[in-house]
Structure formats: C-alpha cells, structure tokens
Design a protein around this ligand. Structure first.
Ligand code: NAD
Length: 288
C-alpha cells in the first residue's frame, strides 16, 4: 500500500520554520520516484517548494498500482505548491532517457537538479552470475545513471547556468559485497563517475555529488518487513538501527541546496557508522 509520505512525515505537523536555500522553484527530476528512497526524495523536495518530475517504470504487472501511486504523488506535489510531472521511462533504455529529459525540459521549462536514484540488485555466486543479470544491474545502476547525467549536463551547458546532479550510490561503493558483484561494481563505478563529472564540469558551476545510504528500510530489501531479519541486519550497524528513506532524502536535499554550494565530487555516507569497520568497536584482544 502506498504511504502518504507528505502528511506522515512533513505535512500537517511540519514544524520547520525555514526552507532550504536554493530549492524553492527549482525543477527536479527523480528517477525511480515511486518507491523507497526515490519516493521520499520526491516528497522532500516538494515540501521544499520544488517542481518535481517523477520518473516511473512502465511495469505491465504493476501498472494500475503505479498509476494510482503516481496520481497520489502528483496531487501531493501540487498540494505543496509546486508543479508536478509524471514521466514514464526505463533508465536502462537510452531512448527513454532522452525522451524523458526532453519532456521535463519542455514541460517544466528547464531542468535544474537531477537525482539518479533508480537502482536494482540481483544476487548470485559471482562464478554463476548470468551475463544477462550482470548487464541488467549495470545498465540500470551505472549506465542509466551516466546517460541521465549526460542528458542533464547537455542541457546545463546549453543554458549556461550551472546545474546539480546527486547520485544515489551505496555503502557498497566501498564495501565489497559478495554475491552481489554487479551491484558492488555499479556503485564503485558510480563513485568514479561522480568524481569525474564533478571535475570535468566544475568550471561550469555544475556540481555532482552522491549519497551512500547504508541499510535502509525500503522494498529493495527482503528484511524490511521481517522483524527477525531486520534485527540481524541492525546487529551489524554501530548505531543499532537501519536508516529511513526520509533520512536519505534530507541529505540529498542538503547536497542540492545552496548550503552545499561549495561541495562537489563527494560521496556523503549516510549509514549509522556502517563504513567505520564495525568489527573494531570492541577490541579484538584485551592484551596490552
Ligand atoms: P526500491 O526498490 O524501493 O526503489 C527502486 C526504484 O528504482 C523503484 O522506484 C523502481 O521502480 C526504480 N527502478 C528500477 N529499475 C528501473 C528502471 N529500469 N527504470 C526506472 N526506474 C527503475 O529501492 P530503494 O532502496 O529505494 O533504492 C533506491 C536507490 O537507493 C537505489 O539506487 C539503491 O541501490 C540505493 N540504495 C538503497 C539502499 C537500501 O538499503 N535500501 C542502500 C544503499 C543504496
């Protein structure tokens, strides 16, 4: 069941007095906006006064549910005072990406902020992974993110007023993840893509950064709705709990805001300490 993120997290009881600098009135495209972290990012930017283009995939098995959710999210964006734009597209398809970006630019007037969020994972022993499964993950997580960035940067360069890209990476950007080699490779590649594009376009005031979520409760993880499995996951996290999509959204918005105007090429780890070598929390030996 789709959640009413706006009311639940930022709506009626929203006590924030001040909006984030530089987000209001900006046109933002979020890929994979109909679930988990992408949904929370779309909601967060809407409440900050952005116009939000919501990318969704045309999955024939879930079309009715997706349409219903997209229509709810659109009215919520509108309710926050921004413009809304649902944009269908599969980020593993170059044609879809080009059409989607053109649609955003044409209908919203421009694109200011791209959030490369769409992502998938498949699990198999690395020596048994099918080439098609490897390609699927790389095509969505890395190639798709690059092609979206390429189209956004083309537009940023043409209009000559800078722009912002935030990539949703993962702690597996640096932590090896056995049985998920394509996922680890895609996020490792994302780190270098973030840095390379940041360096190449810094002189044009185009900032490219990434967030690296740790374990976050979303539908991508089988433990999200399984208390026992979740506890097992939490036992490995120094802060003792998994993260929320809203926590990821808040940091994404910070990186896109003017408060982060001098940050580029960085990955911000949002992981409750997961990348701090948790095994070292307790000394391995009590010896002198
Ligand atoms: P999710 O499964 O809830 O959401 C993934 C979204 O990507 C969905 O909206 C899905 O429709 C979309 N998507 C998948 N393939 C697509 C395609 N070909 N074209 C367009 N959209 C597509 O998972 P999530 O946890 O919200 O994942 C969002 C991002 O966060 C991913 O890049 C993921 O790797 C990253 N991440 C998640 C976690 C976590 O623990 N949840 C941790 C680190 C990083």
């Amino acid at each position: 069941m789709p959640r009413d993120l706006f009311v639940r997290y930022y709506g009626a009881n929203d006590s924030r007095k001040q909006q984030m600098k530089g987000i209001q009135g900006k046109n933002i495209l979020v890929t994979g906006a109909t679930s988990g972290i992408g949904q929370a990012i779309a909601a967060y930017f809407a409440t900050e006064g952005a116009n939000v283009a919501l990318n969704y995939r045309n999955d024939p098995n879930k079309l009715d549910d997706t349409r219903k959710l997209i229509s709810q999210m659109c009215s919520q964006v509108k309710g926050c005072g921004g413009k809304e734009l649902p944009v269908e597209g599969d980020v593993s398809e170059e044609g879809d990406i080009i059409r989607m970006c053109n649609e955003v630019i044409e209908k919203l007037g421009s694109l200011d902020i791209l959030i490369n969020n769409a992502g998938i994972q498949t699990s198999a022993a690395s020596h048994e992974l099918k080439t098609s499964d490897f390609d699927k993950v790389m095509n969505v997580n890395l190639r798709g993110a690059y092609l979206c960035a390429r189209e956004a940067i083309k537009h940023f360069m043409e209009r000559g007023n800078g722009g912002i890209i935030i990539n949703v990476s993962s702690v597996h950007e640096i932590i090896p993840r056995p049985q998920y080699v394509s996922y680890s490779m895609s996020k490792g590649g994302m780190e270098n893509m973030t840095k390379t594009l940041a360096l190449e376009y810094a002189p044009h005031n185009i900032r490219v950064n990434a967030i690296a979520p740790g374990a976050t409760a979303t539908p991508i993880n089988s433990w999200t709705d399984d208390a026992q499995k979740r506890q097992e996951v939490e036992s490995h996290i120094p802060m003792g709990r998994v993260g929320t999509s809203e926590e990821m959204a808040a940091i994404t918005a910070f990186l896109a805001s003017d408060d982060a105007a001098y940050i580029t090429g960085q990955t911000l780890f949002v992981d409750g300490g997961l990348t701090l070598y948790p095994d070292f929390l307790n000394p391995w030996s009590a010896g002198e």
